[in-house]
Design a protein around this ligand. Structure first.
Ligand SMILES: *Cc1c(COP(=O)(O)O)cnc(C)c1O
Length: 414
């Protein structure tokens, strides 16, 4: 860590002043989450500083010339890089164990940039079908307009993946566990198929978080996050992160981001940086709450299917055990009786809020069929297992007994 990020010309992420030996710190993950990337100013502040500046000045015209030639390591303009944004990026890089990293203004700009930096007319994308709504729109609707061939595969259909990847491809994109059906996809197996087809594998790791799943260790090439979710985790700021090789992040991706400009604001970067400090503590408690709530719901007479990767009844439970440290903070379940009953249940909740966000310290409930996935045809929803009875619950940090009481009371009234 005594060096700047490899290849990141004109964008120094200086060493944390406290790095013990000067090289990559030997710190364990939780320490990195609190201190990784820290880059104190001359004032010696405890908390990371917010550099709310769009530009930077040069002592001499020669320095500006050298900066634009890429001959010195310095900040030029906050669309390219910023000290607070750099601290957030470095902390994410250390946490994920990636070679390099870039941040963006939202999860969607991270997904879009990670694809566009790799694709051109004639490229081919193979993706899992159960994707976050806007990603489905990018891959299914936007990319084909520019001559990119796209194909969707059911996530757990290994024969489908093998068939789709028996022809050359450029990018493979998947989300696991998926939203809202919590389908778990075998990252290592798909990575092998993707690489044999000449494609990179990108994993949207939002539902798993960097705490519970490490796609790069399983063979993925690129990991994307909506930092809006657990990384902030307190409903305050949008953000996105892309992690991968130095070649990609500091090459085509950096060029794409610099010129198209979905830059993360320094203020949001600071908010997310502070979010990482408590990420592991929050996620572990939220997973424990989620498993507790899911187990309670499985025994409730008014509840049909309950989906959470940590439940032995989950169709890919063994795979989830192999590739995840915990099944995540989100559960999905069917409230027997259809849309009206599901709505009565949602409206009867007094503690849990109705909201389409997730990964928050506040528990949030949504009805995917009429919100996040209403754009889909009923057939496509059925294919993804999204019934009118299904609700998705993002389990927060409240006392789990209060949560169960709220759910129990609402179920009595619906
Ligand atoms: C929220 C989300 C996104 C998009 O992130 P934004 O920050 O809202 O742009 C992408 N993928 C998944 C799985 C998400 O949950």
């Amino acid at each position: 860590m005594s060096k700047t990020v490899p290849g990141a010309k004109s964008r120094p992420t200086d060493p944390p002043t406290e790095t013990p030996s000067g090289d990559q710190p030997q710190w364990r993950p939780q320490t990195l989450m609190v201190r990784g990337g820290l880059n104190r100013s001359e004032f010696g502040e405890t908390s990371e500083a917010i550099f709310l500046t769009s530009g930077y000045i040069y002592d001499r015209a020669e320095d500006a010339e050298a900066a634009f030639k890429g001959e010195n390591d310095r900040f030029i303009y906050s669309r390219y890089g910023n000290p607070t944004v750099g601290m957030f990026e470095e902390r994410m890089r250390l946490l994920e164990g990636a070679e390099a990293v870039r941040s963006t203004a939202s999860g969607m700009s991270a997904v879009f940039a990670s694809l566009m930096a790799q694709l051109s007319a004639g490229s081919r994308v193979v993706a899992s079908r159960a994707l976050f709504g806007s990603i489905l729109y990018i891959i299914g609707e936007i990319l084909p307009r520019f001559g990119v061939e796209t194909e969707f595969v059911d996530g757990s259909d290994m024969e489908g993946w093998a068939k789709a990847l028996s022809r050359p491809a450029t990018c493979v994109f998947l989300e696991t566990p998926s939203n809202p059906g919590l389908e778990v996809i075998d990252i290592a197996a798909i990575a092998e198929l993707a690489h044999a087809a000449g494609a990179t594998l990108t994993v949207d790791n939002v539902f798993a978080t960097p705490i519970l799943q490490k796609p790069l260790e399983l063979g993925a090439d690129i990991v994307v996050y909506s930092a809006t979710k657990h990384i902030d985790g307190q409903g305050r700021a949008l953000g996105g992160v892309i992690l991968g090789s130095a070649d990609f992040c500091n090459g085509d991706l950096m060029t794409f981001l610099r010129h198209t400009g979905p830059a993360l604001s320094p203020f949001n970067a600071w908010t997310l940086l502070k979010g990482i400090e408590t990420l592991e503590v929050r996620v572990e408690r939220q997973v424990a709450n989620a498993v507790n709530v899911a187990t309670f719901l499985e025994d409730h007479p008014k509840i049909g299917r309950v989906l959470h990767p940590d439940l032995p009844s989950h169709p890919q439970h063994d795979l989830a055990r192999r590739q995840m440290r915990g099944g995540g903070t989100v559960i999905a379940f069917d409230v027997t009786g259809g849309k009206e009953t599901a709505f009565r249940f949602a409206n009867a909740l007094k503690l849990v809020d109705i909201s389409n966000n997730l990964g928050d310290s506040k528990s949030l409930l949504t009805h995917p069929a009429t919100t996040t996935h209403q754009r889909l045809t009923p057939e496509d929803r059925a294919r993804l297992g999204i019934s009118d009875e299904m609700v998705r619950l993002s389990v927060g940090l409240e006392d789990v007994e209060d949560l169960k009481n709220d759910l129990r009371n609402a179920l009595m009234l619906c």
